[in-house]
Design a binder for this molecule. Structure first.
Ligand code: TYD
Ligand code: MG
Length: 459
């Protein structure tokens, strides 16, 4: 008889505890412990392997001297989707396990079904969420049917591994990890032990068969349903699909990548016939307007390795209630408060009596500190109700004493601004080292403090 054992598992980090606790002793999160039933005695390692290895011989895994290992330049499988290739570090590595996370409804299934249908490879798309007919309906909306793509609706990992061996695909897509269940574990699909174990089985499977596997994982706002931390260390790469549901732009960021850089980012636009790659993001993120309006500043940011020009919009209005409101979309609210405090203290601008609303175009979240200068300009522009000419853009970080600080890769930003036809770019005066202004077809304005900004723009 199998021995039934109960444990409490943290849904954030996966740590176990024999008794319930309010706070996880491992990661410190509150209220994350859930009871789970483990069946001991039936899930020895040997049996686990049986679920998919046809021949059970133990592979002799002897230690090998480092120089004797041939790195075997395993070619990556390039996908037709350039954005996805970019975030993966130049294509799919055979035998890799990639997690694509994101909130429900953001477009994860669409992205991977589209990839499955367009890849020049044999792909098996396994869904535990939708029926074959539903997938077919989605597929009909997406154009470009080229590849050999098989659909399987199954959630039992043992059966899944058998099917994969029969089909022998190059790429497997699993939608989603939360629906899988391993026959060796007794807890519910989506529970911590199931998710962790199924991911572990998939990882071993991928490594030994050299089939690349993409898994979709739902992440809610708190990241609590089988939190990303739980899976992050099991998989080879974590891609996060994000964006505002009310906008059509979607961003695919690399959070972790064992085979490439984590600086990369891909941009898509959700359309009626699937996700379209956005090769030239700047041209879309700059709103087309004829007249100059106050409260708008254009930032030359770098997202991943690509320069992107993004419009920031600010609205400053007299506060109706005692405590002024501050609200920001796509930007850190605390950083906005910091910038307002700097403007108040170092520039003497009366923001304390005003409501401030800030918006980054396209619903895109920007982490690049170089956006500060554009935001500060937009804020002053709205406060003074004087517009900034739309042939000017900005790239600079604002420090606590009101100084404009240097930003990285300034040449790339200047080039992109020049390419898009801007006439002037404002940068920090500390950013000019090694910069030859004559090389660019744009006027470079340098400044050291925020009060200079006011003089340059509005006087
Ligand atoms: P979906 O891929 O189902 O999201 P997830 O798997 O992350 O939960 O897609 C969600 C949204 O995308 C859905 O609201 C409909 C929209 N959509 C389009 O706009 N165009 C399309 O071609 C498809 C397939 C979906
Ligand atoms: Mg889905």
């Amino acid at each position: 008889m199998a021995k039934v054992k109960k444990v409490f598992v943290c849904t954030n980090c996966g740590a176990t505890s024999p008794k319930w606790e309010g706070k996880c002793s491992s990661c410190g999160e509150w209220n994350t412990l859930q009871e789970e039933v483990l069946v001991k005695g039936s899930s020895s390692k040997q049996e686990k392997r049986k679920t998919w290895t046809s021949n059970d011989e133990v592979q002799l895994n002897k230690p090998v001297a480092l120089p004797d290992i041939i790195a075997g330049d395993t070619p990556r499988l390039a996908l037709p989707d350039q954005e996805l290739n970019r975030v993966l570090g130049g294509g799919v590595v055979p035998g890799s396990l990639v997690l694509v996370g994101g909130q429900p409804g953001i477009g994860k299934s669409t992205l991977l079904l589209q990839t499955a249908m367009q890849a020049q490879a044999k792909v098996l798309y396994i869904s535990g969420e939708e029926s074959k007919e539903q997938i077919k309906m989605r597929a009909d909306r997406i154009d470009n049917h080229q590849s050999e793509c098989y659909i399987l609706t199954e959630t039992n990992t043992a059966k899944i591994f058998k099917h994969i061996q029969n089909v022998a695909p190059d790429i497997v897509i699993v939608d989603s990890i939360q629906t899988l269940s391993s026959p060796h574990i007794d807890s519910m699909p989506g529970s911590v032990s199931q998710v962790r174990d199924c991911a572990g089985e998939l990882q071993r499977f991928a490594k030994e068969t050299h089939i690349s596997i993409f898994i979709i994982g739902h992440i809610n706002k708190e990241g609590s349903i089988a939190g990303p931390k739980l899976l992050e260390h099991i998989v080879d790469a974590v891609l996060q699909f994000e964006g505002d549901q009310h906008y059509t732009y979607r961003i695919l960021r690399t959070i972790k990548n064992r085979f490439g850089s984590t600086d990369e980012m891909g941009i898509y636009e959700m359309q009626a016939n699937g996700l379209r790659e956005v090769a030239n993001p700047s041209e879309l993120l700059l709103s087309q307007k004829d007249e100059d309006l106050s409260g708008s500043g254009i930032a030359a940011t770098i997202e991943g390795m690509r320069p992107i020009l993004i419009e920031t919009q600010a609205l400053v209005s007299t506060a109706v209630y005692g405590t002024p409101q501050r609200s920001a979309t796509g930007f850190d609210l605390r950083r906005l408060s910091m910038l307002l405090a700097v403007l108040e203290k170092r520039g003497g601008f009366p923001f304390a009596q005003n409501d401030v609303f800030l918006n980054i175009a396209g619903g895109i979240r920007v982490d690049d500190p170089a956006i500060d200068l554009a935001i500060v300009s937009a804020l002053i522009s709205s406060l003074e109700d004087v517009s900034i000419p739309n042939n000017i853009c900005f790239a600079g970080e604002v420090g606590l004493s009101g100084e404009i600080r240097a930003v990285n890769r300034v040449e790339r930003r200047i080039q992109e601004a020049a390419r898009l036809g801007f006439d002037q770019i404002f940068i920090s005066k500390y950013n000019t080292k090694g910069l030859d202004p004559d090389r660019y077809d744009i006027k470079i304005v340098t400044l050291g403090k925020i009060d200079e900004l006011y003089k340059l723009l509005f006087e």
